[in-house]
Every structure is written in structure tokens, then in C-alpha cells.
Write a protein that binds this ligand. Structure first.
Ligand SMILES: Nc1ncnc2c1ncn2[C@@H]1O[C@H](COP(=O)(O)OP(=O)(O)OP(=O)(O)O)[C@@H](O)[C@H]1O
Length: 534
């Protein structure tokens, strides 16, 4: 019977293990054990090293490592923040520091602080201070780069989604960005501690800290004893491993724990009755007047004005790059306009005194890329802002979240993590998350553009229901059928201006402006060859 690929792979692994075991047995058989015990690891000689190697040498190695890490971490955090700063001189300074200390050998830095500076300037640092500075200065450069990379690896959309839920900058960083960055940063940070542990032996190599024994020096001195063989160095090596191996194991545990969190759906969630419609009656109107927005020299919005009545649905349509998403993001100030006025209900968003976080609590936003928080499960995604921003108690937050999950048809997914859901399901959770804040206005930024065609309908159906319930909605979309059926008004934008607006059926069925006609015929009949636009 022919073997499957899986069976063949298992057989080949079995053969490899068998060969390995045979080699080890052969080595054991031919080894000169009495000589090895005498020269490499002699238990009697090893015993003489205790307890000195632990209470003096291991302790000193740990102190050096700790001192270096404290300075390195503090410096690393400062340097990472400087590198991410919008102030260019901070970035330059941090870059120069990092390039310098990554580029020169740690040995040279030790020499500079241990010998160079005392000789040049005639004063000597305390031994521990020298070790702390020399180890810490080098470690700071590496730690800074790990921290910066970790923070930058968290997608910008995560921060924006947190801010759009009304979280302050600090809250968004602490609750959403840093926990995700930590997972990325932890392995390189552990490596840094391991390197520091080993680099602490430089103290001895350079003859610094006479009388201060750390592991390498302790091993080196003991090896000179008559008949000591390699035993003292083996014992010192094992002591290093006592520090470094558990660190590696702890990191792997942490990583696999966070992975496991994503892969285990815990106990089934009790179903709750429909709910979560609180606040929909408080639908707010939106008025935008003379809005201008530029990115550098690129003027994206050139004096946009539009209005959305309370309980109305307005769809923004137009060619790619016409400024639709920028306009939408200006409404909750994810982008700051240079000129113009935006009012939501009675709240003037563009007032420089406005409490933006308070406004965002009432404005739900759904992004093209969903931006669910990957380190939180579905229920937690829907409760985190309720707990941290609205300060609801957990039972109430969970009741509201479950109600909204029921509403988008995903009550049974409450314990799953975002990466266990399809794109369409993730977008429905994103809608439930926004609804859990009881918004008075919902902003949708191309909510179906990143979805497979078969899941688009589920999301649109939820949006249709929301519209029917009287939610005020401003929607950037390429779904013309949705716009025609659901929108009270369609606004066609091109080149940063509103070209045409009016009742959905009119603009989509009987566009007046040639640019609207050209766009619609291109979108509605994609195969049709287009006449040049005016
Ligand atoms: N953060 C930014 N920095 C610089 N330019 C930007 C930024 N965001 C958008 N732009 C530019 O602004 C213009 C309008 O972009 P916007 O995303 O608002 O268009 P859009 O109409 O929503 O397009 P699409 O339908 O393709 O999403 C584009 O030229 C885009 O490259």
C-alpha cells in the first residue's frame, strides 16, 4: 500500500532520531570516562567552588546585568520616543547616538570609561557606576531600536480606531498600542538581557573592579588551582546558563500564551435578547462648511460644504483620490482641516477649545480595514471603550456588547479572536463595537471595499437596518446599489470639491454634471469604453 506524504515524513523523522541515538551511544561507548571526570567535570573540585560562586560571583554578575539593563532600558525608552518624535533634531540626535553605540565594540566603550576617561580627566568612577554606564550606554542603542520597531509594527489603524472610540492619546497607547508592541518587543529585549549578562564578563577581561568577582573571573581564578582542569569554567558556564536559559523559556511561554489566547475559544457564550438600540433616537445632524485640507502642497479638500440631517443617510461617491475618505476623517478630526467649520448636532468640532475625545464618544467609525484589536477577543473589542472611556461597569458593558453582537448576527463569536473570523464577520464586529458606544452618528469609510463579494451583502444588510432604525450615517462607498436604495442624499466629489449632490435616485439615475455622468457610467458599466471626461 502506498504511503501518504504524512507517513513518509514521519518515517524520515524516525530514521533521523535513530541515527542520532546511535551516534550518542557510540560516543558514550568510546569515551574515556575517568579522564573526562577528572579533567572536564570533577564533582569534588566543583564542590569546592560553592557557595562562593553563587554568593559572590553569580550575585555580582546579576548586579552588573541589572544595572546595565536599568540604564539601557531607561535610555532606550527615551531614545525610542526621540526617534518617533515629530521634532527633527530629536530624531537626528537619537539616530546619531544609536548609530555610534551600535557601531563601536562594547569593549571600546568599556575601555573608554574604565581607563580612557580616568587617564584623560584624572578622575575615576566608582566601579559599579563604570559598569552601569558602559553596559547601559551600549544596551540603550539596541533597546531603543527594538522598542521603536515594536511600536511602529502596530498598524496606525489600531491607534486611530482607539481614538475614534473616544480614548485619549495616553489611554489608546496604554490599552491598545503598547500591549501589542510588547509582544513584538519582548523577544529582542530578552536577548538584550542575555547579551548584558555575557558582556558583564568584560569587566574582568579588562582588569576592572579588582577584587570584584563575577562569574568569568571566579572561573578563571579557580582554574589555576592544582589539578582543577576545566571544572571551574564548566561550573561558571552552568551558572551563566542558570540566568539565560530561564529567560528564554519565560519569553517563549509568554509568546505561546498570547498565541494560545487567540486559538482557544472558551466556554460558549449565553445568548442574550436583542438590545443595544439605546441612543439611536439621539441621532445628530452634521454640517460641514468651507472645509479645506492639504497634505503639504497637495490640496485634497478645496472648500467642501455639505450637510447630513438627523437620521439621514448620506453617501459620498466619487473617483479614487477625490478626497472622500479625507473628508470623512475630518468629521471626527482623525485628520485636522486647515480651514472650515464642522458641527455635529450642537457641538462645534472645529472649535479649538472643543473636547475632541468627548465628541468621538458619540461618533462611531467603521474603517475599510476593520481595525479590530487583535489582542482582545470579540466581546472585549466591544467592551474595552465602554469600560475605559464611558466608565460603565463590566456587567452593563457586556450586556450592551452582547446585544450589539446579536444585532449583527455574531453573538456566538463573542469569545473568538479577530484572526478567527472572516473579513465580513470582522467588519460586523467593528460595527457592533462602534454601536456599543451608543453613537449619535456613524461614519463608514468604504466598509465593504476589503471584503469578498459574498460577505459584502451581510455588512450592507446591517447598514440598511441601521438606516431604517434612524441612525445618522455618512458613508463613503462604491456600492451604487446601496447608495441608490438607502441614501437620502448622494454627494459626488471629484478633485476635492462637491461636483453634484441631491436625492440618491436623481444623482445616480439622472446625473446632471458630465463628470458625474462619466464616473457613473464607468462604475455601473465597467466594461464600457469611456468617453474622455471634460
Ligand atoms: N496622510 C496623507 N498624506 C498625504 N497624502 C494623503 C494622505 N491621505 C490621503 N492623501 C492623499 O489625498 C488624496 C485624497 O485621498 P482620499 O483617501 O481622501 O481619497 P478617496 O476619494 O477616499 O480615494 P479612494 O476612493 O481611493 O479611497 C489622495 O491623493 C491621497 O494620496
Amino acid at each position: 500500500m502506498a504511503m501518504t506524504m504524512h507517513q513518509r515524513a514521519r518515517l524520515s523523522r524516525g530514521v533521523q532520531y535513530a541515527v542520532l541515538i546511535l551516534v550518542v551511544l557510540a560516543l558514550i561507548a568510546v569515551a574515556d570516562w575517568p579522564l573526562l571526570v577528572e579533567k572536564v567535570f570533577n564533582p569534588a573540585i566543583a564542590a569546592q567552588q560553592f557557595p562562593g560562586i553563587i554568593v559572590v560571583a553569580l550575585k555580582n554578575t546579576l548586579i552588573y546585568t541589572l544595572l546595565g539593563f536599568v540604564v539601557g532600558l531607561t535610555g532606550g525608552v527615551v531614545l525610542a520616543l526621540m526617534k518617533l518624535s515629530s521634532v527633527a533634531p530629536y530624531r537626528w540626535l537619537a539616530t546619531i547616538y544609536i548609530e555610534f553605540f551600535r557601531g563601536v565594540p562594547a569593549l571600546l566603550v568599556f575601555l573608554a570609561f574604565g581607563y580612557g576617561i580616568p587617564l584623560a580627566f584624572g578622575f575615576r568612577f566608582n566601579h559599579y557606576v563604570t559598569v552601569m554606564i558602559a553596559l547601559g550606554l551600549v544596551a540603550a542603542a539596541y533597546i531603543a531600536e527594538s522598542l521603536r520597531a515594536g511600536l511602529q509594527a502596530v498598524p496606525k489603524g489600531q491607534y486611530e480606531a482607539a481614538r475614534s472610540l473616544g480614548m485619549s492619546h495616553a489611554r489608546a497607547m496604554v490599552t491598545i498600542v503598547i500591549p501589542q508592541a510588547l509582544r513584538i518587543v519582548l523577544p529582542p529585549l530578552t536577548n538584550e538581557v542575555i547579551l548584558l549578562t555575557k558582556d558583564s564578563s568584560l569587566v574582568y577581561l579588562l582588569g576592572m573592579g579588582v577584587g570584584q568577582y563575577e562569574l568569568t573571573k571566579y572561573g578563571r581564578e579557580a582554574i589555576s588551582g592544582a589539578g582543577a582542569g576545566l571544572t571551574p569554567l564548566v561550573v561558571a558556564g552552568v551558572c551563566y546558563l542558570i540566568i539565560t536559559v530561564p529567560l528564554g523559556i519565560l519569553t517563549r511561554r509568554f509568546e505561546s500564551k498570547t498565541d494560545r489566547m487567540k486559538n482557544t475559544a472558551s466556554s460558549p457564550t449565553p445568548r442574550s435578547g436583542p438590545g443595544g438600540a439605546d441612543g439611536l433616537a439621539d441621532a445628530a445632524s452634521v454640517v460641514v462648511e468651507g472645509l479645506h485640507k492639504s497634505y503639504g502642497s497637495l490640496e485634497v479638500l478645496k472648500g467642501i460644504s455639505l450637510s447630513v440631517g438627523a437620521g439621514q443617510v448620506v453617501c459620498l461617491i466619487g473617483p479614487s483620490g477625490s478626497g472622500k475618505s479625507t473628508l470623512l476623517r475630518c468629521v471626527n478630526l482623525l485628520e485636522t482641516p486647515q480651514q472650515g467649520r464642522i458641527t455635529i448636532g450642537d457641538f462645534e468640532v472645529t472649535d479649538s477649545e472643543a473636547d475632541v475625545d468627548r465628541m468621538r464618544r458619540h461618533v462611531g467609525m467603521v474603517f475599510q480595514q476593520f481595525n479590530l484589536f487583535p489582542h482582545l477577543n470579540v466581546l472585549e473589542n466591544c467592551t474595552v471603550a465602554q469600560l475605559k472611556v464611558l466608565k460603565r461597569d463590566r456587567a452593563e458593558a457586556e450586556r450592551i456588547a452582547r446585544g450589539n453582537l446579536e444585532r449583527v448576527g455574531l453573538a456566538e463569536k463573542a469569545d473568538n479572536y479577530p484572526d478567527q473570523l472572516s473579513g465580513g464577520q470582522q467588519q460586523r464586529v467593528a460595527i457592533a463595537r462602534a454601536l456599543s458606544m451608543d453613537p449619535s452618528l456613524m461614519l463608514f469609510d468604504e466598509p465593504t471595499s476589503a471584503l469578498d463579494p459574498e460577505t459584502v451583502g451581510d455588512v450592507l444588510a446591517i447598514m440598511r437596518n441601521l438606516a431604517a432604525e434612524g441612525m445618522t450615517m455618512l458613508v463613503v462607498t462604491h456600492e451604487m446599489e446601496f447608495a441608490r436604495d438607502v441614501a437620502d442624499k448622494v454627494v459626488f466629489m471629484d478633485g476635492g470639491v462637491v461636483v453634484e449632490e441631491g436625492p440618491a435616485a436623481e444623482v445616480i439615475r439622472h446625473p446632471r454634471e458630465p463628470r458625474t455622468q462619466a464616473f457613473l457610467s464607468r462604475v455601473l458599466n465597467p466594461t464600457q469604453v469611456q468617453a474622455p471626461e471634460q
